[in-house]
Design a protein around this ligand. Structure first.
Ligand code: NAP
Length: 249
């Protein structure tokens, strides 16, 4: 029987898990464990790292996994590289379920930076009121830019307050729409939105809001990801599973 491992942490991973459960497929969803209260899932869930590419390859062999679906966030570059290597080592079929990147259109005022360090360097100027839409993982780094105000939004309340001097923290997991994002930005006098090019529709509302308000966006571009087959819809992954051999694809 086919045995599918989904590397998750995204809404696309959860959507695929639902489709696989509806079809009665054997599937497991893997989380890194960054979120305290992940949504309940219709397939078994495992949590925590595998121990690098070698650890993942061992896991794939031990569990008899036949298909590996990397549905991690586009900025989870280490996990994606490990997935590609481990699938090769274990000789199993491997695909990425990804969101196409966003691209700027008329009315957008985006400045691109390649990574977090470059985003920090770009904030070396006068005081701004910044919507820091990076989740909780990277908020601490902005303690190095104490003159700015930061609007933060986390999924879970943090165990300890972020080490920022001037900030407001919203706890909310969305989904968000353009109107509510505009209200939030206006309520906090935001004059810059800082985010990653995550892609997809779920997180796009803040960009539509920034465009409507004429606000500049500092956009962290995607990291380099391994060469692999990429699909953009959970149903396309079902089709791939149906049409790929169980091993050696
Ligand atoms: P990362 O830097 O690529 O991964 C770091 C390590 O975390 C990996 O080497 C792996 O540990 C473990 N890991 C990552 N994803 C895993 C998964 N799905 N199952 C089991 N172990 C996993 O990733 P990250 O940027 O820290 O992101 C961690 C998780 O959060 C990912 O699952 C991603 O989908 C989700 N996420 C990330 C972002 C973001 O902006 N980066 C945003 C939303 C959601 P081992 O080497 O020990 O196996």
């Amino acid at each position: 029987m086919r045995n599918i491992l989904i590397l998750g942490g995204t809404t696309e991973a959860s959507a695929l898990a639902r489709l696989l459960a509806e079809r009665g497929e054997r599937a497991t969803l893997s989380y890194a464990g960054r979120v305290d209260s992940p949504r309940p899932q219709p397939v078994p869930v495992r949590v925590g790292g595998f121990g690098g590419a070698v650890g993942l390859a061992d896991y794939l062999r031990a569990q008899g996994v036949t298909h590996l679906v990397d549905a991690t966030h586009p900025f989870a570059a280490t996990m994606s590289a490990n997935a590609a290597t481990a699938a090769r080592m274990a000789c199993i079929a491997h695909v990425a379920l990804t969101r196409p990147a966003w691209s700027a259109t008329t009315g957008d005022r985006w400045t691109h930076v390649p990574d977090l360090a470059a985003a920090l360097a770009a904030l070396d100027g006068p005081a701004r009121r910044i919507m820091l839409a990076l989740g909780r993982m990277h908020a601490d780094a902005f303690a190095a830019r104490p003159r700015h105000f930061f609007l933060l939004r986390f999924i879970d309340p943090p165990a300890t307050p972020p080490p920022l001097i001037n900030y407001h923290l919203v706890i909310d997991r969305g989904p968000f729409d353009m109107a509510s994002e505009m209200r939030l930005m206006q309520a906090h006098g935001i004059d810059l939105v800082l985010c990653k090019n995550a892609g997809g529709t779920g997180a796009q509302a803040k960009l539509l809001a920034a465009r409507n308000l004429g606000l500049p966006v500092l956009m962290i571009d995607r990291p380099a990801l391994p060469d692999r087959l990429e699909l953009h819809a959970p149903r396309a992954v079902l089709h791939w599973i149906d049409h790929s051999a169980d091993r050696g694809v």
